[in-house]
Design a protein around this ligand. Sequence first.
Ligand SMILES: Nc1ncnc2c1ncn2[C@@H]1O[C@H](COP(=O)(O)OP(=O)(O)OP(=O)(O)O)[C@@H](O)[C@H]1O
Ligand SMILES: [Mg+2]
Length: 361
Amino acid sequence: MAAEAVAVSIRKVGKRFGNVAALDDVSLDIRRGEFFSLLGPSGCGKTTLLRSIGGFEAPTEGDILIEGRSVLHLAPYERPTNMIFQHLALFPHLGVRENVGFGLRMKGADRAASARRVEEALRLVRLEDYGERRVDQLSGGQRQRVAMARALVNDPAVLLLDEPLGALDLQLRLQMQEELRRLQRQLGATFVFVTHDQGEAMAMSDRIAVMNAGRLQQVGTPAEIYERPANRFVATFVGHANMIEARLTGRAAEGLAEAEGPAGLRLRGIAPPHGATDGGVLAVLRYEKLRILPHGADGEGIGATVVEKTYMGSSLRFACRTGAGATMTADTPNAMPQRDIGEGDMVRLAWSPEDVVLLTD
Ligand SMILES: Nc1ncnc2c1ncn2[C@@H]1O[C@H](COP(=O)(O)OP(=O)(O)OP(=O)(O)O)[C@@H](O)[C@H]1O
Ligand SMILES: [Mg+2]
């Protein structure tokens, strides 16, 4: 990545709290103008990394550069960043306008100029008619937008958002996801967004960093993370997949490899990027890439019996047992012909080698 395209550069950052390595050798570059998400389970270090960028936490190792300059010696307010904290820190008894303008007042900014910026920030989050309202008279989503306006009023180059939508109900959350994405595009600012919700990360991000136990697992576009998980953790954490322990038996054409699963199940899939052509691999096949066909459909695939059918509204989930005794799960749209398949029915299961990812890690 060209240096001038990088907004935030995390270089071999480590952070220890006593015995806990909250961050362990994390390196990544966040592009200018990018919507970048940190995704991972509770306790994996997302907040610690975000707080380190914002200056609320000092790394024990490594360096953090913003716009090409190390910021480790800078206090939070000296950095070109603004942070929306995991737990909102609004003043409930004050009005919306006072909350948004609080930082500017503390800095002693010019009154008239501050007032203009506050109005502009309120317009951006579509709260221009709420300036007089007290924060404790607002809905959850409106409060989130006040927090957003308060961060935006300083015109930060990099906005750090720690699970800003975590406390909202699903409908409001989906609506705020769109609003945030719109805001980010409109401002052209760099957003670093923390979430433990993979759907949210997928829907909003240009790129995602998946973390686990303080370590970076994979950085990529939503499609790269989903279609080409780098390891077992990413494959399990993002989406639902059949995981089949297998042994590599050889290479095939076009980046594919052959593997043998339990009970002689022959698999072809995308070869692991490097290393041996024999040994253990994990074959990953997403539920929705496994096709389930009514018994008697053309001879494609392998025979199986439906063990369990789960109704999920827009989709159906079929857990099946193959003739050789392996369990495989398929998700299909809730439509014909799969809708008529029931528990106990004989079916055929089919898939494409391009949808099987073979992993060694
Ligand atoms: N101030 C602290 N003192 C001691 N340990 C801490 C401190 N802050 C965080 N930790 C530990 O560091 C690890 C990472 O915490 P962090 O808050 O970064 O996780 P997170 O990914 O944001 O989790 P969540 O999704 O629950 O918010 C955890 O094991 C946590 O207990
Ligand atoms: Mg957190």
